[in-house]
Design a protein around this ligand. Structure first.
Ligand SMILES: *Cc1c(COP(=O)(O)O)cnc(C)c1O
Length: 217
């Protein structure tokens, strides 16, 4: 199946309020171009160098999402153009994004990453750590950065009930936050294997790679 076909099938299926981020990591720029020519604009990348290179090669109106683990010392390379940074989990990184955004005369939107999966290895904050980080960020009154929602990954398991529970916990937490803060409306969870469960449990932004571009080697 072609990239355009895969994209159209997903767009037809997803509710209108759900943004589809096409995860193009490790795939050549020509394949991003194919998706772009089919009308797609939101793309997700995990590696700074790869993102910088694709940004230089591809049309300027692409909305580039950084979805990987971002090191503070690399923020400066993507700050001039990045559309949304999904995986923020420290005050240090928030401050660096704010600093580089101001340098570029921009406000950069970010999502805080939650850890809800069972696996030890996945990144992210507990709900309590997330509340603390929000409080710290408020105190710092950071210019240049806007915390716009939450990002999460579910456990890599066939246990559908477990995955649904994890997604639902993120949604419930977002409802809790929304009682005291506005502007936390983006909920980024769901990938090729679990996007339907994610959407059924409140996601409004899914990050899908292999279902669009094929398996990564
Ligand atoms: C690679 C990746 C995806 C997409 O994964 P697929 O299973 O190919 O859809 C989504 N989110 C993050 C954070 C990723 O690293």
């Amino acid at each position: 199946m072609s990239i355009a076909h895969n994209l159209n099938a997903l767009k037809k299926e997803l509710p209108a309020n759900v943004t589809l981020v096409a995860v193009s990591k490790t795939k050549p720029a020509a394949q991003v171009r194919e998706a772009y020519d089919a009308g797609h604009r939101d793309f997700g990348e995990n590696y700074v160098q790869e993102l910088v290179q694709k940004h230089a090669e591809l049309p300027a109106d692409i909305r580039w999402h950084f979805i990987g683990h971002l090191q503070s010392n690399k923020v400066k390379f993507i700050a001039p153009f990045v559309y949304l940074i999904h995986g923020v989990e420290s005050l240090k990184l928030l401050k660096e994004i704010a600093k580089q955004a101001v340098k570029n005369n921009r406000v950069i939107r970010v999502l805080l990453q939650l850890h809800v999966a069972k696996e030890e290895t996945k990144f992210g904050l507990t709900f309590e750590e997330c509340r603390e980080l929000l409080a710290q960020a408020d105190k710092e009154n950071l210019q240049g950065v806007k915390i716009s929602g939450l990002m999460a990954m579910a456990s890599n398991t066939q246990d559908v009930a477990q995955v649904a529970r994890e997604f639902r916990s993120v949604y419930d937490f977002s409802r809790e936050l929304s009682r005291t803060r506005a502007d936390m409306e983006i909920l980024s969870y769901g990938m090729s294997g679990d996007y339907r469960l994610a959407v059924a449990n409140g996601s409004n932004m899914v990050r899908i790679g292999s279902l669009i571009f094929g398996e990564r080697l």
